[in-house]
Design a protein. Structure first.
Length: 101
């Protein structure tokens, strides 16, 4: 019953940082999913994959896992490389590249 502790990345459909500030603790699946032959749905007998716990800090999540003797693995978040640009930079005299319409 290994747990993952991570900070979720923002989805491609959002421009802000909503739902990315909390740390999540999720359990790794212990059983492979099975395809039900009649309807084709996937199912699993592992109920721990449905559990998702949220914490405000990484230390809180680690303390919870250690307190309940849950083996865990921490994944550090990757910071986004931001480049600050202004619309006026398109019209600079020192702009590299040609300006065409």
């Amino acid at each position: 019953m290994l747990a993952r502790i991570y900070k979720p990345a923002k989805s491609a459909m959002q421009s802000g940082q909503a739902k990315t500030r909390e740390w999540l603790l999720e359990f790794e699946p212990e059983q492979a999913r099975k395809i039900e032959p009649l309807m084709g749905w996937t199912s699993s007998g592992d109920m721990n994959t449905q559990v998702t716990l949220t914490f405000e800090t990484r230390e809180e999540a680690v303390a919870f896992a250690e307190r309940h003797r849950i083996p865990y693995q921490v994944f550090e978040p990757k910071e986004a490389a931001r480049s600050v640009r202004a619309y006026a930079d398109n019209f600079k005299y020192s702009r590299k590249g040609l300006w065409t319409h």
